[in-house]
Design a binder for this molecule. Structure first.
Ligand code: SAH
Length: 205
């Protein structure tokens, strides 16, 4: 059923579909939402954040065109679900989260599932230390009013960055940037709704 829903919504990459099937989403949602884990909707997680809708996770993953040797950066680890999906398709995943509680929970889940190529880092994805990167792929899973240049600068030639860009409240557009030898190509994909990307490590747990 899960695969069928994703297929109907337009996901055609077999590897992505298979991977979505392999990652147990029920382990990434709140206990009380386990029965709804495979519905195609976003669900609340701790710290007032959300785990993205399966279609959006599959769509963004498909757009990244991942290969086994890729080094991937995710901004917004949240539950760790998207990172688990990425980990099956890429070489290494660094996922950054500004809430300690979410970072710790995501790290524990990913370890338990054997996603040993994922590193969960507590930090501010809008202001990463200069020595982090470059990456073959960058995926932002929180809404940005614009894509910071210091993030674009971490993209390898041939690299792809995907991010929801638009107002913090309301609808954003998924933007895909591709870096070539000669510059950056920008493409608008679909409309999405994400929780905002906020500056700094959260002071709350
Ligand atoms: N990818 C997640 C869903 C992310 S929700 C999943 O699969 O579950 C967006 C997440 O981005 C939230 O957890 C939020 O705390 C985090 N976030 C927002 N701004 C951030 C920033 N500047 N740096 C790192 N994480 C950030």
């Amino acid at each position: 059923m899960f695969q069928l829903t994703l297929r109907r919504r337009g996901i055609s990459d077999q590897t992505v579909l298979r991977t979505m099937e392999e990652v147990p989403r029920e382990l990434f949602v709140e206990q009380t939402d386990r029965n709804d884990a495979y519905r195609d909707s976003a669900l609340p997680i701790a710290c007032g954040q959300t785990i993205s809708q399966p279609f959006v996770v599959a769509y963004m993953t498909e757009q990244l065109q991942l290969q086994k040797q890729h080094r991937v950066l995710e901004i917004g680890a949240g539950s760790g679900y998207q990172a688990a999906v990425l980990s099956k398709l890429a070489g290494h995943v660094l996922t950054v989260e500004r809430y300690r509680r979410l970072a710790d929970t995501a790290r524990a889940r990913l370890e338990k599932l054997g996603c040993h190529n994922v590193e969960v880092m507590l930090g501010d994805g809008l202001n990463l230390p200069a020595n982090i990167g470059p990456f073959d792929r960058i995926i932002v899973t929180a809404a940005m009013e614009q894509i910071p240049q210091n993030l674009i600068d971490r993209l390898e030639v041939g690299g792809i960055l995907i991010a929801p860009v638009g107002p913090h409240q309301g609808v954003q557009t998924l933007i895909r940037l591709t870096r070539s030898e000669t510059g950056i190509e920008r493409k608008e994909l679909v409309d999405v709704r994400f929780v905002p990307a906020l500056p700094g490590v959260a002071r709350e747990l």
